[in-house]
Write a protein that binds this ligand. Sequence first.
Ligand code: ADP
Ligand code: ASP
Ligand code: MG
Length: 409
Amino acid sequence: MLIVQKYGGTSVGSAARIRRCCRRIAQTVAAGHQVVAVVSAMGRTTDRLIGLAHQVSSAPPARELDMLVANGETITAPLVAMCLQDRGLPAVSLSGPQAGVLTSNHHSRARIQEVRPTRVLEALDQGRVPVVAGFQGATEDFEITTLGRGGSDTTAVALAAALGADVCEILTDVDGIMTADPRVVPEARLLGHVTYEEMLELASVGAKVMHPRAVEIGELYGVPIHVRSSFHPRPGTMIVSQVPMENRKRVRGVAQDLDVAKVTVLGVPDRPGVAAAVFEPLAEAQISADVIVQNVSTQGHTDLTFTVAEADLERSLALVGPAAARVGAAGVSHSAGLAKVSIVGTGMLGTPGIASRMFRALADAGINIEMISTSEIRITCIVERGGAAAAVRALHRAFELDQVALAPA
Ligand code: ADP
Ligand code: ASP
Ligand code: MG
């Protein structure tokens, strides 16, 4: 088999941990497989580099920030390659651009446009383990880009797709995809399978265990993804197209996103084109506006409220203010310190009573719901950030997720 193994930041967080990952790569090769390794920056390196940038600049330019943070992964890859060589396993480190990761030019949130894995294939042909730096790529003009926080997952899945790998293993510091973040809900259970659709929804609303774009690419190219622990050999979670029948009829997981702020455009004239005028500048600036609510028109005016990541709040206000003035709105207000809590599961589709059970559980926990949004397989409530953890625990209990059978994969 050809296996792409991605090792996350905690898993390569020290020299000892790098040695342990290399032992695992060597064992996989010894079992007769071809391995392509994709590695993240060690531990909290990326956070540290971003922190440094903000100590020398009040607003680090996105291009320079990418030149800086891409180095986290650039350090890990050669360390892993030399450790493998030290074990007698031929290996070669490759940067994202050397591995053929070609991206759009949106710094800090670039999208992979194509992977041209010539050098990866060359290394495999020579019997060497390619060790690719995750998270980073380059544009056609050789500008260095990064794929967004958690983006090494996307490097791995995109490479697996380009190579036609049999499986992409995401090796991380938890046992797999759990019913909730085990740091928030200690009784969270491991899920044997989740669908791409469920994982995409979970990842998009804050379950940081997988980068959303990785799941999207996995589904598009039919890459089997196995999320599992790097610390032990037990199987984790398979991300697949269909989950077994018995798992369909329920909420599968709860997620939270603590980085939420909301913006309200007040007294917007109720006529065509107003929402477009407000959201177009945000889209151009690559800011994603999320939960969007427009209330009922009274006397020809409505309020338009939406959420953005808190980190994007300042920029959003700078863009929305002038747009609101242009369309004749009465003003703009905002608040930070919010969170999203969501329940996800394909079993929700067409199952009545799930929303009311969610709202009842939050009410009983004394949590006020500020906004609500839904998809076919997800319900999201915006709440005060301080109450988010309690909300997640209440929902985990209300949907009996602590009783999910311990599922062998
Ligand atoms: P890595 O460095 O390996 O990429 P991440 O920190 O990106 O690891 O992702 C793993 C973390 O995701 C876990 O430590 C856990 O706290 C968090 N997490 C959030 N939601 C979930 C979930 N539903 N299942 C498992 N882990 C989750
Ligand atoms: N090092 C990057 C981050 O911390 C990418 C990753 O770990 O996947 O976000
Ligand atoms: Mg990650």
